[in-house]
Design a protein around this ligand. Sequence first.
Ligand code: BGC
Length: 419
Amino acid sequence: MKKGQFPDGFLWGAATAAHQVEGNQYNDWTEWEKENADRLAAAAEKKFGNLPNWPDIKIQAQNPHNYISGRACDHYNRYEEDFDIAKSLGHTAHRFSIEWSRIEPREGEFDKKEIEHYRKVIAALRARGIEPFVTLWHWPLPLWVAEKGGWGWRSAPEYFARYAELISKELNDVHFWLTLNEPNIYAGHVYIKAAWPHGSKNPILYWQVLNRLISAHKGAYQAIKKNLPLAQVSLAYNQSYFEAYQGKITNRLLKKIADWFWNDYFLEKINGFSDFIGLNHYHHSRINYGFNRNENKKVSDMGWELYPESIYYVLMGLRKYNLPIYITENGLADADDLQREWFIKESLANILRAIGEGADVRGYLHWSLLDNFEWDKGFWPRFGLIEVDYATRERKIRPSARAYAEICKTNSLIIDSHS
Ligand code: BGC
């Protein structure tokens, strides 16, 4: 056993996103949910039937109601209670998103009441000594933007920058800003897989949207910095660890291409428009004459491989940007909380190792504070440090959250040398 110490001032906490936790949204996702709930329920067995936990999730996954975000966790009304818990767990930072469709439900009409709501959310965090990380767009779009083609609409970045400008003027005590959440995951799910609103398999549009999101980020970055020159602005970007199996030449070549395209293209394009790196990390892809040839020794409830070493490699790769790094998401679906404590500790041990080798990591925000609405999968994947009973909206702290709290409170990790 040895004790690993994190750097002074390291920020600890968790993340959420408006659509997944707040409840009562009205945006392009809510409309899509209504249109697609029956289809998603009918396809569940084909998609998830081979997961080991299928017997446990089957009833929920085959129920169309599961695919409607509805009241979600009712976090919109219960944020104070949720932040009380976060504080009791030693969190010193919290990432959440502002819902564009609430702020600007119709083009050019900004809702003062909703701005006030988020002002109170930020004040509630500050009152508890928790540093806010504000995301401006975590996937749903106002209906008027969606009707014009979403990010396929040429002017979308300008309107997004206008929204960023307004919010950063109104909420001017926020220091950490994230313009976009995972543009690469979003564009892929919408325009390659056609799995999310308003999906179409269209590689040309995919490429246009990805590049439009680059403009959206840059425009929003400039708008925020104009109002708040000292603010720290970035985005939450999803990177995977691509491993070239056995160093074979074909695998190394595929890794180079994947690293360039998936991990670096976007970040390189926004060079100079980013004050830190916001890293969302979940996936390892072992390349052996093809991607995702993983061993899958341990998997989450969603069948995703649990491979905590991967974050070390991703952080090593990020050193070249010479920017501070905040981990803005990292976590797993684990309803029974059997693997979360292990996963958090192993991931943090790997983060410490990366810090020891020069990665300037300054914070860790676990995904997620609460169980929440997992997009096209609905409510059965449970990512929360806090369990939510969707019948009563009651919160229950999972044991892993208490183990994580020990780390947050002591700014250190006991590393079990046997693991
Ligand atoms: C997203 C979250 C999502 C999580 C787990 C990330 O890609 O930002 O919204 O819930 O992964 O799938």
